[in-house]
Ligand binder design. Structure first.
Ligand SMILES: Nc1ncnc2c1ncn2[C@@H]1O[C@H](COP(=O)(O)OP(=O)(O)OP(=O)(O)O)[C@@H](O)[C@H]1O
Length: 256
């Protein structure tokens, strides 16, 4: 296994008496798709927000490719190679699909232009390549507003990749999708993870997505890490069943 892209160690964050995170440690390697799961309030968002700099931990460290990035500003962390997609996709509805990716490339490269007309020829080839990789090339000239929901999420992924991140944080990448869309989206993410040598950390409530596609699963409950292992190991872990599922006999199946 190569050296970790992301390493979080002993992360702790309290809000008054609430232990949002309590000594959480895990790491992600290049080319690895890691699911971060847990019941509501387990600490998943807090963990994401600490990694990308929106929240400072009370204690613990975050390292990106060995470099300590704990407490750096989100912009700085983004520049160092941490991308993020959100549960609610954020694209410019009135721009074309291609223009959205061009804008993301321009923003990622820190280029500033007074006029969009000057910018619109920039990054054309790179933007098209990203659309090819995310299966959106045929929609390049369409306004983003006309895309189906699943394609908007692909566009958001293409825009996140414009920053050429080493680590991509994905907040419920398949939220709001049909079962088929979910499978197609996570299969795409998995393929890009491998092809680009990305490290991807994603939160997800859809268990078919997690157990069908993740390389590894980290489980939080009430701020504590209760399991970190393969899909099979986590699915069969009594602590996961007891705490994460509240003891209910739910089938953590690999298929929807
Ligand atoms: N700004 C805050 N102030 C007070 N408490 C907070 C704050 N942010 C989070 N918490 C608490 O910390 C705990 C962890 O919250 P967090 O949002 O990280 O969980 P989560 O696993 O992302 O939950 P969900 O799946 O519902 O999004 C919860 O008990 C939450 O109420």
């Amino acid at each position: 296994m190569s050296s970790p892209v992301l390493e979080v160690s002993a992360l702790t964050k309290h809000y008054g008496g609430v232990h949002a995170l309590d000594g959480v440690s895990f790491s992600i390697a290049r080319g690895e798709l890691l699911a971060l799961i847990g019941p509501n309030g387990a600490g998943k968002s807090t963990c994401f927000n600490i990694v990308n700099g929106q929240i400072r931990p009370d204690s613990g460290r975050v390292r990106l490719a060995g470099r300590d990035i704990t407490g750096l500003a989100p912009r700085h962390i983004a520049r160092l190679g941490v991308g993020r997609t959100f549960q609610v996709a954020t694209v410019f509805a009135s721009m074309t699909v291609l223009e959205n990716v061009q804008m993301a490339l321009i923003a990622a490269r820190g280029q500033v232009f007074g006029l969009w007309t000057a910018a619109r020829h920039r990054g054309h080839g790179d933007a098209l390549a990203l659309l090819e990789q995310t299966g959106l090339a045929a929609f390049a000239a369409r306004p983003a507003a006309t895309l189906a929901y699943g394609d908007v999420k692909r566009l958001e992924l293409a825009m996140a990749l414009a920053g050429d991140p080493a680590l991509l944080l994905m907040d419920e990448p398949t939220a709001g999708m049909s079962s088929d869309e979910r499978q197609a989206m996570i299969a795409l993410v998995r393929q890009l993870t491998r092809a680009r040598g990305l490290a991807v950390l994603f939160t997800e409530h859809a268990m078919d997505v997690v157990f069908g596609h993740a390389d590894r699963v980290v489980v939080l409950a009430r701020g504590r890490l209760i399991a970190d292992g393969s899909v099979e190991a986590v699915r069969d872990d009594p602590a996961v069943r007891a705490v994460y599922l509240g003891g209910a006999s739910i089938t953590l199946s690999q298929t929807p």
